[in-house]
Structures are given as C-alpha cells and as structure tokens.
Design a protein around this ligand. Structure first.
Ligand code: ADQ
Length: 737
C-alpha cells in the first residue's frame, strides 16, 4: 500500500527563529496532533498544511522537508478571509447552532474556495501512485471534490472534528450546495457521533439529493461511506504525566494555593461554544443559593487564548472577565475569591497537575464536536477519584453515561449537578470514575486512528472495484458481445426476455400517454412471440390499463405496476400476483400527492390499481427536484409505520405496497415457465435494479443509458435494444427454434 498524506489547515508545527537566525520547528499541541503525530512519525507519508498566510522562506521549507511536512503557501489576505471569515464566522458558529454569530461575506467564501484550490494544487503535485489522502476539518470542506476531480482514482478520507448539525440548520448555510458537494467527493467521511452521521445523511438527501443507505454507504455514484469514529486522547501519555513524582508535589502546592477548598476545574479554549459564561453563572448560582459552599469550593477556570483576531472572541473575553470580576466582588468571603480565572495556555505537566488537583471537572459547552478535556481529566485520575460534570451537548456525552450529564442552559440545574458532584460519596465517585476510565482507555486516540484507517481500507477497495467496474460498465457493449448474446439466445431451448417499457422499449416522453409503442417495436415483439421457445415479458411500473391497451394485439406477458398485476400472454384477464396487500394508506398518500401537484406547476398524479405516482418531469427542473426530495422525506417520515415503499424513478416518485417489486414479480412469473436456459433482461431506471438484483449471474442484464447499475452490460438507447431484439428474432427464426 502507498503512503498516507495527512492534510490539515495548519501544519502541526510553528516556526521559531533561533539566535543564529536558523529556523526551528516547534510541535504544536492539541488532541488532533497527539492523535495524528504517531501516524505521521511512524509512516512515510507527508503532512500538508499551511503556516498561516504569506510566502514561506526556503530555509523553512528545507526544515519542514526533514520532517516530511509540506507547506501550502497561501496569499495572506486569502488566508485571513478563509480562516477568520468563512471558516470561523460562518461554518464554526453555524455548525455549533449559534446562528447569531454567523456573519457571511461573499468575498470570504471566494477566499475559502481559493485556499481549498491551493491545497488541491499542492496535494495533486505531491501525490504518487498508491497514495491515500486524509483531510481534516471544516476549513477544507471543498477539498475532497476538488481532489476527486484532479485525482479520480486516489482514495480520499475526511474527518470532521466539529459537530454536523441538523439539516434544518445546514439549510441556512450560505453556499450549502457547494459545501456539501465538496464534502461528497470523499470516499470516507468520519464524524464523532451517530447523531452527526444521521444529520449528514439527511443533509445530503434533502439539500443535494444524494442518497445513502442505512449502513452509511452511498447509494449510487462513486463509492463513499459515512462512519462514526469518536476521537480519544493519548491515554498512555496522560497516565505518564499523572504518575510522575513531581506531579504530586505540584498538586500539593495547588491545593494549598486554593486554601484546601474543593476545586471545581474548567479548562477550555476561550470560545463561545464552550459555555464559559453559563458555567460562571451556574457556579455563582450555587454559592448564592447555598452560601455554605462559599468558603469550601472554588471555581478555577483556565482559558486558552483563541482566535483573538475575531470580534466575537474579543467580546467574549470582555464578557467573561466582567462576569468573573462581578462574581468575585459579590461573593468574596474572608479573603477567599470564588472564581480563579487564568487566561493562558499552560504546559502539559501543569495541566496534568490541575486535573489531579481538581475534585470536580466542569465541562459545559453549548455544543462541542467531542471535547477532549473531559477525557484527559478521566485519563489522569489514576486513583479513580474525582467527578466529571459534563454538558449533554458535547459529543463525548454519548459515551459518558457515568458522568453527571447536564443541560448548561439550565443554570440552576447545572448548579445542582455541581453540588451533587461536591457531595458525592467517594465510593460512588470511584465506581463511576472506574468505568469511565476503562472506556476512555479502551477507546483512546490510537484506537480511533486504527478504526478510521480500517474503514479507509474498505473504502479504498470499494473505490478500486468501482473504478475497475465502471471503466467496463460505462462503455456500451461491443458488436462481439451482441453477437455472442444473440447466438446464445438463438441456441436456447427455453428463453425469456424481460423488458422494462418506458425508457427501455420506448423513449421517455413528456407524458405517459405520449410514450406509445412504435410500429417497429410492435413488429419486433410480434416476431419474437411467434417463437414457442421464447417468453417475452414486459415488466413495467405502469398501471395495467395502459399496458393492456398498448399490447392488446401482441401476445407478450405483461407485468404491471412493478409486479402488482399480471396478464399471461394471450390471456385477456389480469390477475393479482400478490393478493392480500394492505392498501389502507392510499387515500392519505393521495391527498399529499395532490397537495404537491398544487404547489408545483406541471406536476401530476398517476393513479394505478394499487400504487400512486407523482410525476414532475414538466416542473421547472431545480424546483421539481427540490419538491420531489421534500415529498420523499415527508412520506418516509409520515408513513414510516405503513406497509408502503417510496421509490424514485426517472422524474417520478412512486408510492407502492411494500415488498412488491419487479424482481419478485418476474421470479414468480418465471416459475410458471418451467426450466429456462437463457435469461435476458433490460431496464433503465432504479426500479429495474430490483429486477437485476434477482437475476442469476448467468443472465444477460442490460442497462439502458449511463446511470450506475447492477447490470453488467449497457446499451445507449431503446433503439439499440430493439436492434438486438430484432437480431434475436432473426437468428432464432433462422435456426428454426
Ligand atoms: P477544541 O474546540 O479545541 O477541539 P477540545 O476537544 O476540548 O476542543 O480540545 C482542547 C485541547 O486544548 C485539549 O487537548 C486541552 O488539553 C487543550 N487545552 C485547553 N485549555 C488549555 C490550556 N489552558 N492550556 C493548555 N492546553 C489547553 C475541536 C472540537 C472538539 C473536538 C476536537 C478534536 O471543537 O469538539 O473534541 O477538535 O476533534
């Protein structure tokens, strides 16, 4: 296997100039770097990212190259608009449901696109055969599609470190289609939680009409899958820091410094998603409502400076400092200040000591992709003491059942959780911490990397299969293939030809009535039907009356409405292939379809004996597809418990009884034909895939048109199919079969 190229907006290093003027690289810290660092160090791939904006001097590039790091040089102004603009003034707040912080500027998006393009150019210039690319986070959402275009056969993985919100929120994102199409270029999209995966699937479906199956695989087009990979922390490193002898000394000092009060600790980047003001309010609420805690507990809040070029972050800093001042002014007692606020980054050793000194870890984000702080705290508590109080809006909450989960917006509720944590018996605390520690240890950062890479292996082989398959499938069948197929059919004793109607035997027309069989088609079918060794079955989604009328004088077998009704060749009566269907849902569905006709000029409903179809081929194209997606979503949700199936055809949405499909129907009918030694089937839309799915491998399955299909062979148009049928009729007649 080739190399793994890691891609993130920033490289995992910063540059310091030594006294000699020589550049030195300093490894940055943080969860992502802790996780990917060993992958990079232990492999032979490159890490591609920027160092901020502006040109990168040659000596720095040389230093970077020694560690297989590649700098993407980005125009300084573009870098600022990309990072502070679209990334952090639009995507970051919107994906965290904080819409009041969203400020969109179209020029920022242009810069976002240019920066993603720059990344794509640099990556394309570095890729070697066999390489795979793993892109990280929301700064690079357009990159997967840009890479896909340049490098069609390179596997692309993507991991989103922040939440993926509900599709209702994504609908508000300016440039939402382009962003989702960008992300859809990846073969594997990883998120932290099942909720985010679900939201991703519904956004793809509702906003750009891209369908994923229940198992997270993409329904059609290039293979892609969505997977859930909750990021963990480097547990061994945190255990090492926590067990170092000098740590115990520092913990004693800290306890003394805080005058042996119970320490409630907060550690966050100073970011409005982290709920720091709510945390201070909750702690203040506790001291005000339970004054006995005033000289017994202290809130130590460590805030790392972050994104201070952005106005909202400057405002947050002022807000938090104001709140700390006010709380301390109001609640100081006997020289004991209730809130200790430190606005700085601290070393990993100092952070570890603080985790060890803290009796309660208080983590209150209003939204958080995962939250590594709570995991670091748990990983550091080697003696199973300490209590975790965690917002239910952190991704980590889904695996933290033993923490005290709370809603940070409910200030009194959070205050109650803090008190519960402060008064918890050591037995209960140890019981809870022990299981948390076990879970954090078994799903650490190395486990995360392993899980993602294992799924990436699967996605890679799916891509390779697809590429091998499509290069064959996307080309139409050769003359030799046609000759071989006709020859086999001519020699068969008992053969069946199963043929879809619209789009397969006749060209699609504006309305179903206009798509009548051509004289040439009728002539060919008649010629085939003379042959006693040949069964011709027209398998259609149409209702039986129009099929019966079209083929009144042609002795073909007819399967109508995807298998609901059947007319044997030569018979005049129709029979139900599957009696006893529950059709109780039909009137309610019909009312909804009618409603969608009223809203969409040009749409109409086709009423069949058991199913209903909403046609939108005459609706203005963009609007039609949008309405169709709305309709499908609504029907799927509103009728989830009814025995119906919503199927998308070509510019038509069909609602039909569950479990009835062309494949099942053909199988039932073929049983009546006895032993067959040649099966040929042709179809053009998604409903024909059911047919292809039930055929034995020996069958000749032919897709009409270019769409992805289970059928291994392909013809371009109905006219070409009719030619093949004509050749079959002629060859069988010639052999006297
Ligand atoms: P962040 O929003 O940065 O990450 P988080 O997961 O909590 O949030 O990671 C913060 C990191 O910074 C931790 O490793 C912590 O130790 C460190 N840190 C915090 N305060 C510090 C201080 N004062 N001094 C030194 N270090 C400090 C984004 C998403 C998260 C997601 C991660 C990883 O927003 O939801 O968990 O990526 O995917």
């Amino acid at each position: 296997m080739g190399r793994l190229l890691l891609v993130s907006n920033r490289l995992p290093v910063s540059i310091k100039r030594q006294e000699s003027g020589q550049p030195a690289l300093v490894r940055s810290s943080g969860g992502l770097i802790a996780g990917l660092g060993p992958v990079h160090d232990g492999g032979d791939g490159e890490w591609i990212g920027s160092l901020g904006g502006g040109p990168v001097p040659g000596d720095v590039k040389n230093e970077l190259a020694k560690q297989r790091l590649v700098a993407v040089e980005v125009d300084a102004n573009d870098a600022r608009r990309h990072y502070e603009g679209y990334s952090n003034n639009v995507l970051w707040p919107l994906f965290h449901y904080l819409l009041n912080h969203v400020t969109f500027d179209a020029c920022d998006f242009e810069a976002y696109r240019r920066v993603n393009e720059r990344f794509a150019e640099v990556i394309a210039s570095r890729v070697k055969p066999g390489d795979r690319i793993w892109v990280h986070d929301y700064h690079l959402l357009l990159l997967p599609a840009m890479l896909r275009e340049r490098l069609p056969d390179v596997p692309i993985g993507f991991f989103l470190h922040i939440p993926f919100p509900s599709s209702e929120v994504v609908r508000m994102l300016p440039r939402r289609e382009e962003i989702l199409r960008g992300l859809a270029g990846a073969n594997l999209i990883g998120v932290h939680t099942y909720n985010f995966a679900r939201h991703l699937v519904s956004s793809f479906r509702r906003i750009i009409g891209l369908e994923f199956n229940d198992d997270g695989t993409r329904e059609s087009g290039q293979p892609s899958r969505i997977g859930v990979f909750p990021l963990g922390v480097d547990v061994a490193m945190h255990q090492g820091l926590a067990s170092a002898p000098e740590r115990a000394r520092r913990v004693d000092e800290l306890r003394k410094e805080f005058r042996h009060r119970k320490i409630v600790l907060g550690v966050d980047r100073l970011d409005y998603t982290k709920g720091i003001p709510l945390k201070i309010r909750a702690f203040r609420c506790l001291l005000e409502t339970r004054p006995e805690w005033r000289d017994k507990a202290v809130l130590v809040q460590l805030a790392v400076p972050s994104r201070d070029g952005i106005a909202a972050y400057k405002a947050l800093r002022e807000e938090v400092e104001g709140m700390v001042g006010a709380a301390n002014g109001a609640l100081e007692q006997n020289g004991l200040v209730p809130v200790h606020y430190l606005y700085r980054s601290v070393s990993p050793e100092e952070l570890s000591a603080m985790y060890l000194a803290a009796d309660v870890m208080l983590v209150t984000p209003v939204r958080d992709g995962m939250n590594l702080v709570i995991k670091e705290y748990v990983a550091s508590r080697l003696d199973d003491s300490g209590v975790a109080v965690l917002s239910e809006f952190a991704g980590a909450a889904s695996g933290f059942g033993e923490a005290l989960l709370h809603n940070p917006w409910d200030v009194e509720g959070t205050a109650a959780s803090i008190e519960r944590a402060l008064t918890m018996t050591s037995d209960e605390a140890a019981h809870r911490m022990k299981s948390l520690r076990h879970r954090v240890a078994t799903s650490d950062v190395h486990w995360w990397v392993g899980r993602f890479l294992a799924a990436f292996d699967t996605a890679t082989s799916e891509l390779n299969d697809f590429l091998a398959g499509t290069s064959e499938a996307k080309t139409y069948v050769s003359r030799e293939w046609v000759r071989g197929c006709v020859d086999r059919c001519a020699k068969a004793r008992r053969a069946v030809l199963a043929l879809d109607y619209d789009g397969t035997l006749v060209e699609l027309a504006r309305t179903p009535e206009e798509a009548r069989p051509t004289p040439r088609l009728l002539e060919v079918l008649n010629a085939l039907c003379i042959d006693p060794g040949l069964e011709v079955v027209v398998v259609s989604g149409r209702e039986h009356t129009s099929l019966g009328e079209f083929f009144a004088d042609v002795p073909v077998h007819l399967i109508a409405e995807h298998g609901l009704s059947y007319r044997a060749a030569g018979a005049s009566a129709w029979e139900h292939l599957f009696p006893d269907l529950d059709l109780g849902w039909r009137d309610a569905v019909r009312a909804i379809l009618d409603d969608f006709v009223l809203r969409s000029k040009g749409a109409f409903v086709e009423r069949k004996s058991a199913s209903l179809a909403w046609h939108y081929r005459n609706v203005e194209p963009g609007f039609g597809s949008w309405q169709a997606r709305e309709l499908v979503n609504h029907l799927n949700e509103a009728f989830a418990k009814s025995p119906l199936e919503v199927v998308r055809g070509h510019k038509v949405i069909e609602v039909r009884p569950l479990g009835v499909n062309k494949g099942r129907a053909l199988k039932t009918v073929m049983q009546r034909f006895g032993e067959l030694d040649f099966i040929f089937a042709a179809g053009d839309d998604r409903t024909d895939e059911d047919l292809f799915a039930t055929l034995p491998v020996s069958a000749y399955a032919v897709k009409i048109g270019r769409a992805v299909s289970l059928a291994p062979h392909r013809l371009a148009t109905p006219a070409q199919l009719i030619n093949v049928l004509k050749l079959i009729a002629r060859a069988r007649a010639a052999l006297g079969q």
